[in-house]
Design a protein around this ligand. Structure first.
Ligand SMILES: [Mn+2]
Length: 498
């Protein structure tokens, strides 16, 4: 049986009010350009994790932008503001609204304030519970009666939403909430699913709201296959759980809304809510990456003319000049239309050099003084380097080095073996030998209790570790010794050093 909860019918009067200007930098019209006035509009919000603070914000940055300014709470307030200024018909939350049970009080105030502003403006707020807020979201829903929890206790539920513009019609929003923090079955296979997953007799768009692990077979976070989602009679699936947004840009969008702000440096790219337009023919979803904080991974490559590490220039000095430049470029490369307040860049240095050891020392010093320096400001965006890693390769091609029989040559030959395909027998033997030695070290008392000490490393992890330490040793040996680099044959030069 479809359980219709209170339908939110909003008087058309509110339409005459012009949208309030968005007090931030986002030009709303841009996102709603060419909008369909007969459609129902939703603001869909993915994983908020209220109560959590973004990780890896250096002290120097936090001193200017305190954590609450870059936090999920700030991102939620931006979403509320956007919902109000773009006059949506409802706000829907896809679970993991709150990070942990302990965050109740902090989250309560922030969520309640936003919900109240929305409901006072005639905008209903619906949400499903995820694995993080399985208990705390229902508690909050009881405390904030205007907030509608969909699908409590793992029972699918449908909500009928009336569009507030004349002629916009209605839509059905179906949702399911986590009944327990771990749930190993597909919510689509649950007995209450069939009732809501039936086409309504009256032609009405159906929007699915679900927190789940798509294609995560064996997952304890509500595993669902893409095929199941695809086969369900719904016009869009707005999903929560995975923080990288991937809602498809089609007439029937299916995918993750993503976190509203990158919670750590791995959550790169644009984050924010989605504006979703629903009519009888299609659903269109547009991402609004309005998070106050954004993360990017950037590369400084020695082979680029303006990044070359010239002889006679100390590495520390080169770094001081190269960093602000790459940060400024990262700001300049941000997609148009939206600029975060703060841009954190994880920096990777690549290219060929014989001065790796010197660079390492320069980075150690920069590390000791704390990341976050230097600051660069451009077009109102502040950028900082998060963590700088060296992924350089040797100045001389490995093939050239391997042509000698000294320690450098022997080590270079082993690295070439590591770079072969996984099927290569010599590579497999080398990895087996290394694995035995690594495990013997890991089993020593000093390393007991480390979570993965008993697990043998994977082939790929082991190969990367060996390669990294061999390259470092070769670099040091070359800096100290009189290893004679033989002139490389043409083939080597062409293959390894384009
Ligand atoms: Mn989750």
């Amino acid at each position: 049986m479809i359980k219709d909860t209170d339908c939110a019918i909003i008087t058309a009067g509110s339409l005459s009010e012009p949208p309030r200007p968005y007090d931030d930098v986002l030009p709303v019209a841009r996102y709603l350009g060419g909008t369909n006035v007969l459609a129902i509009r939703l603001l869909a919000v993915g994983d908020i994790h209220l109560g959590r603070r973004p990780r890896s914000i250096p002290e120097a940055v936090a001193a200017v932008f305190p954590p609450h300014v870059l936090s999920p709470a700030a991102a939620w307030q931006r979403a509320v503001q956007l919902a109000l200024s773009s006059g949506v018909d409802a706000v829907v939350l896809a679970g993991d609204v709150i990070d942990r049970e302990d965050d109740y009080f902090e989250a309560y105030g922030t969520l309640e304030q936003g919900v109240r502003r929305l409901v006072d403006a005639g905008i209903p707020v619906l949400g499903v519970a995820g694995n993080h807020d399985v208990d705390v979201l229902p508690r909050l829903a009881r405390a904030i009666p205007q907030f509608k929890l969909l699908g409590a206790n793992g029972c699918w539920e449908a909500y009928r939403l009336e569009g507030r513009r004349p002629g916009a019609g209605s839509a059905r929003i179906i949702g399911w909430s986590f009944p327990t923090a771990r749930y190993s079955q597909s919510p689509l296979a649950c007995p209450t699913a069939s009732a809501v997953l039936t086409r309504p007799s009256k032609p009405e768009p159906v929007i699915g709201l679900l927190h789940c692990d798509r294609d995560g077979s064996g997952s304890t976070h509500a595993p669902v296959t893409s095929a199941e989602l695809d086969a369900a009679p719904v016009d869009a699936w707005l999903l929560g759980h995975v923080h990288a947004p991937d809602l498809s840009d089609t007439d029937r969008p299916i995918g993750y809304l993503g976190s509203v702000v990158g919670l750590d440096p791995t959550e790169v790219g644009g984050h924010g809510p989605w504006l979703v337009e629903v009519d009888r023919h299609a659903v269109r979803a547009r991402h609004v990456p309005n998070a106050p904080l954004r993360w990017e991974h950037v590369t400084i490559d020695f082979s680029e003319p303006d990044c070359a590490l010239d002889d006679g220039v100390p590495a520390a000095e080169w770094l001081e000049r190269a960093l602000p430049r790459v940060l400024e470029q990262s700001i300049a490369c941000l997609p148009d239309g939206y600029r975060p307040d703060v841009l954190g860049c994880r920096v990777r240095i690549t290219g060929r050099t014989s001065r790796r050891a010197e660079l390492e020392r320069a980075l150690e010093r920069s590390n000791a003084s704390g990341w976050g320096e230097p600051w660069v400001e451009r077009d109102g965006v502040w950028a900082f380097p998060d963590k700088i890693t060296l992924a350089t390769s040797l100045h001389h091609p490995l093939e050239t080095l391997a042509a000698t029989r000294d320690p450098v040559g022997l080590m270079a030959a082993k690295v070439l073996v590591l770079e072969r395909l996984p099927e290569d027998l010599e590579r497999q033997r080398l990895l087996e030998e290394a694995r035995a030695r690594v495990q013997a070290i890991r089993r020593r008392t000093a390393y007991r209790g480390l979570s993965d000490a008993d697990l043998p490393p994977s082939d790929e992890a082991l190969a990367a570790m060996l390669r990294e330490s061999a390259l470092r040793s070769i670099d040091l040996l070359l800096a100290q010794s009189s290893h004679v680099v033989l002139p490389a044959s043409e083939g080597h030069e062409r293959g390894a050093d384009p």
